[in-house]
Ligand binder design. Structure first.
Ligand code: NAG
Ligand code: NAG
Ligand code: NAG
Ligand code: NAG
Ligand code: NAG
Length: 615
């Protein structure tokens, strides 16, 4: 409890005007010590308490102290530290000032960000529905010829990508000219013209992908967000608007009708999408308006105008019984510091209430619904309370929902929802969430997906994943987009009895049976596991890892996904003996690029190493 005493001793300084400048150094070493001592939920609260005292002195002061700590820790290059802290500091400051130490909010923060508290139990909250759940079942396929719908995600085009610049740099993304040594002609590890695994892609890769999509003549496309590159320490409003212009402009030129969703990178600062309870100055209204304008152009639909409110809309696909609802899942993102209110809101901006109205309207009109959004509800990045509240809506309207479509993880995954999570079986599986991998190649070859869709029920009959193999030397002569695998052939063939008939829907029960096949035959799991990253850098996964990953596939309600609060950066604190890799695999794809949240986690990790080395 040494650090508590230290903080108590320092606390009065905060109250004295004029001492800030002199005391910044002592705060830096005190908080750095708190980071080193943070080994469990209690000491994480002490650390939060210290940060809160610093925040109470003032925003600029808090930013100076954090920058100093970031510097000592060596977590990132100095300019990355300073940039991230300047960009996201105001939001962190707002949250810390209002936070109560040891509250549900503070514990959720310590579990979600630093992994030192267990996930607190989901707080009960019961949504109410306008009518009782009807005794209907999922409609059978129409046996009409399917239509093609393309799903792509996480494009992250970097307009500052330079062919010939260095791909081996110390920043979160490379293939930019940061120093003279990185310049084309000088760099000894030059980036090719079409992209690199350590970089966000050039615009021409996106043009190439969209041309390949057009050649397949889809009926329409869905896009699950993240336009902007991962230059998280530099990104500003003008860059975001230019990125929107380039990517949505390309969609308008190549693709025609696209239904899109908001990503956590689609504003500056990134990740921060406050509810209407937070002062207006923090609201990225300009981003909602720019997106809504692009989305109106892409759909030509008046109802999409609603996206100016907070990035969500509902649209009826022309001449059909399909309602597409695009909702803002960033309200429930663990790296959205504005979600850590005291107390946390159960239904930010009343979005769940709005979703219920839309679902009820669809049910009353005999429509089917597709829900499209960025962050999968069962993902470790989704706040558990809100995952459960969302699942209540899914369970109530399960027969109306034809499918849910997500991105964000950059990997090829899925999530199944159940009417009874204590009895997860093919006949309790109620809804299917498809998670499409990214175009940006930072976690594997760039990719898009083509679904075969029943034109009456809008159920998914099959899908084919396409990739351009960036690991192959021919890629730099111009990407070739080729089919990688098809779901029914790859997985349906492994079921007993096999499911291969083109007229059979890939129902939630089908996908549950696929997870059973993974349990029985390790090759089925291994194939899935390799396809996650399109065969690139496949991490080892055996034993408990397999059990937990299968559990995660069965965890659309995140509290049942078997993910423990032991994130990558702080493992060494919980288990000094273990020599685990620095970053746990579930945190890999996005974590390095999550801005302030990953910076704090990296500082915590560096502190634990410093403590272990007795520094
Ligand atoms: C925004 O960022 C871009 C790229 O980093 C930079 O060139 C530009 O000067 C910035 N604009 C403002 C207004 O800060
Ligand atoms: C992109 O910017 C150009 C030039 O300012 C403008 O003409 C065009 O309409 C914009 N496109 C989109 C999709 O915003
Ligand atoms: C859920 O499944 C458990 C375990 O099989 C069972 O005991 C329970 O009654 C089920 N609940 C409902 C509401 O059917
Ligand atoms: C991509 O190309 C590399 C190198 O040629 C090869 O080893 C790998 O198997 C290919 N991946 C896929 C998914 O085809
Ligand atoms: C799932 O597998 C069971 C056999 O274990 C079978 O009875 C059931 O029909 C299958 N469900 C689907 C939707 O394929």
């Amino acid at each position: 409890m040494k650090q508590t005493v230290l903080l108590a001793a320092l606390a009065p300084l905060a109250a004295l005007p004029g001492v800030q400048a002199e005391s910044a150094e002592s705060w830096i070493s005190a908080i750095w010590d708190d980071f080193k001592e943070a080994v469990d939920c209690g000491t994480c609260q002490v650390l939060l308490g210290g940060l809160k005292l610093v925040a109470d002195v003032g925003e600029g002061f808090m930013e100076d102290v954090l920058t100093g700590i970031c510097d000592i820790s060596g977590a990132e290059d100095r300019d990355v530290c300073a940039g991230v802290i300047a960009i996201e500091g105001p939001a962190l400051h707002y949250s810390l000032k209002n936070m109560k130490v040891a509250s549900h909010t503070a514990k959720t923060l310590c579990s979600a960000l630093i992994g030192l508290c267990d996930f607190p139990d989901v707080r009960p909250y019961h949504l109410s529905f306008p009518s009782p759940k009807p005794a209907t079942t999922r409609p059978p396929p129409s046996s009409k010829p399917p239509i093609k719908v393309v799903h792509f995600s996480d494009t992250h085009v970097d307009l500052s990508y330079e062919t010939g610049s260095n791909y081996d740099c110390s920043k979160p993304i490379c293939c930019r000219v940061y120093t003279e040594d990185d310049a084309p002609g000088t760099a000894d590890k030059p980036c090719g013209p079409w992209g690199n695994l350590k970089c966000d892609p050039p615009h021409r890769l996106q043009e190439s992908m969209m041309t390949a999509i057009t050649d397949l003549h889809p009926a329409f496309s869905i896009y699950t967000g993240d336009v902007v590159a991962h230059d998280v320490w530099l990104v500003n409003q003008s860059e975001v608007l230019q990125d929107f212009n380039a990517t949505y402009g390309a969609m308008e030129n190549h693709l025609g009708l696209v239904y899109a969703a908001l990503g956590n990178h689609d504003a500056a600062p990134l990740n921060l999408f406050p509810s209407h309870n937070i002062p207006d100055e923090y609201n990225p209204q300009w981003a909602y308006e720019a997106l809504a304008a692009n989305w109106m152009t892409l759909t030509g639909m008046e109802s999409v105008q609603k996206a100016t409110e907070y990035g969500s809309y509902s649209a009826i696909h022309p001449n059909s019984k399909l309602r597409i609802i695009s909702y803002n899942s960033i309200f429930y993102y663990k790296y959205n510091f504005f979600s850590y209110e005291e107390p946390m809101e159960s239904d930010p901006n009343g979005q769940f209430t709005w979703l219920i109205e839309e679902m009820q309207a669809a049910e009353d009109a005999g429509q089917r619904v597709w829900l499209i959004s960025h962050i999968p509800s069962g993902n470790v990045d989704h706040l558990r309370d809100h995952s459960h509240y969302f699942d209540q809506i899914v369970q109530r309207y399960e027969t109306t929902i034809a499918g849910l479509f997500y991105g964000h993880t950059h990997t090829d995954e899925f999530q199944i929802a159940y009417s009874n999570y204590s009895h997860r079986n093919w006949d309790t599986a109620t809804a299917m969430g498809y998670v499409a991998p990214s175009m940006t190649p930072t976690s594997g070859p760039p990719s898009f997906r083509v679904y075969d869709i029943d034109p009456e029920t809008f159920g998914v009959m099959d899908f084919t994943q396409y990739i351009a193999n960036i690991s192959d030397p021919s890629f730099q002569r111009g990407p070739e987009w080729v089919p990688y695998y098809s779901a029914k052939k790859a997985y349906g063939s492994k079921l007993s009895p096999p499911v291969q008939d083109a007229g059979v829907e890939l129902t939630p029960g089908f996908w549950h049976n696929v997870t059973v096949a993974m349990e029985k035959d390790s090759s089925v799991f291994e194939d899935f596991w390799a396809r996650r990253t399109r065969g690139y850098s496949v991490p080892a996964c055996t034993g408990d890892c397999v059990t937990n990953e299968i559990c995660a596939l069965r965890g659309a309600d995140a509290q049942y996904s078997c993910v423990q609060a032991t994130p990558g950066f702080s493992f060494s604190k919980r288990n000094e003996a273990s020599n685990a890799p620095l970053l746990s695999k579930r945190f890999q794809p996005e974590c390095n690029h999550a801005g302030m949240a990953s910076l704090l986690a990296k500082i915590a990790h560096q502190a634990s190493l410093a403590k272990r080395n007795g520094e």
